[in-house]
Design a protein around this ligand. Sequence first.
Ligand code: GCU
Length: 454
Amino acid sequence: IASCLVGSEMCIRDRFVCLLFGLSFLGGEMKAQQKSAHETGLRSKSTSELAELEQVITKVNYDESKVPVYTLPDVLTLTNGRKVTTKKEWVEKRRPELLRLFETQIYGKAPVRSKDLHFRLLNEDREALGGLATRKEVAVYLTKDEKHYLTVLMYLPNRRKGTVPMFFGINFKGNHAIHPDEGITFPSEERMIAYGRKRMFPRGSAASRWPVEMLMEHGYGLATFYRGDIDPDFDDGFQNGVHPLYYKKGQTRPAEDEWGTLAAWAWGMSCAMDYFETDKDIDAKRIAIFGHSRLGKTTLWAGAIDPRFALVISNDSGCGGAALSRRKFGETVRAVNCQFTHWFCRNFWQYNDKEDTLPVDQHELIALMAPRPVYIASAEEDRWADPKGEFLSGVYASPVYELFGLPGLPVKEMPAVNQPVLSGTIGYHIRSGKHDINLYDWTQFVKFADKHLK
Ligand code: GCU
């Protein structure tokens, strides 16, 4: 458009044609942005909120020399200043203290799961994927009336003896999007209304992130459910999703220290785990949970609150996930809170631009997994998620693993790109490329799980 208006070498007719192209391109862009606003939770933002967000995002730092000098809270020092020197003190004193701080200040407290939780096998195909796997869909009902539920999709390798270990993670686009397999149920109209969506992503559209066949060949099961089953990913003041099911009389939204959407998704993972414990085909003691990006943040929190998960994998989880908040590199606490007003509990907003006053930092979230193995994955071009901050969380969580006589993350310097560190109880890699979860990431996760779960 600019060149049509000011370019000097174009004739009038070319200017006109270019202008038309430019305007129609802009129209398409605006439509795409409106769509993505719906997807990302920007739907209910006022003009002033959008202006604030733009300002926050343009101020983001990507210069390592401008990372502020910071002091991290020591993972092995209690709030009262006493040092933790034994496993017992960690388990009985420091861990519960940290868990409570993360719960009340960052993610929000989730309610105890209802006794009405119950399960039903919806369908099973023992000859799925050309005979490679058994596919099951299971409803995990959250209420007695069965109006609220999540649908867990599972694939189990047919070549197996006894129970299998399994990878389990929430998906972004719907169960049907993880594989072109026509046998996966496509969400009904009624479900789409519950999700607040007019249409769903096409079948198999997220398949590059879900190497189902590869996992079957390595002897792992795979389970997933759609995030919208627990809480659609936009801010509607917590009227849809599971939150209202647990409001006290007169309550209309979660209190300052109560669950946001990420904590609700993590809570949903525990509901699915309640089902896995009843399934005779899988070994519920060998379940590795994983998640990419916002679902990576969710997975770390799920691993922290539910010790039944045996191994925890964070992929590009960034701010509010594996990255240290105090580094303020890439996405900051204010940036994530302004853009995704529904993800964390309201108390987390107190730390906007005040990361130094946080009573915890994210290395302590990693430490909450100890002594269970945890894997942190970053991507070189994903600077928004601060790969170095993700790596350092693993380094600074390691003293807790060492209390258990385990190596934690065995390197202190960031490894080179595509040189995974698989030998410790904390694993790490930074791969080349963008913010995504791909076969390279999965190859490392499987190697790490082979070491710890087999
Ligand atoms: C945004 C957000 C990140 C998040 C990511 C995702 O980029 O700022 O915090 O991890 O979305 O979930 O894809």
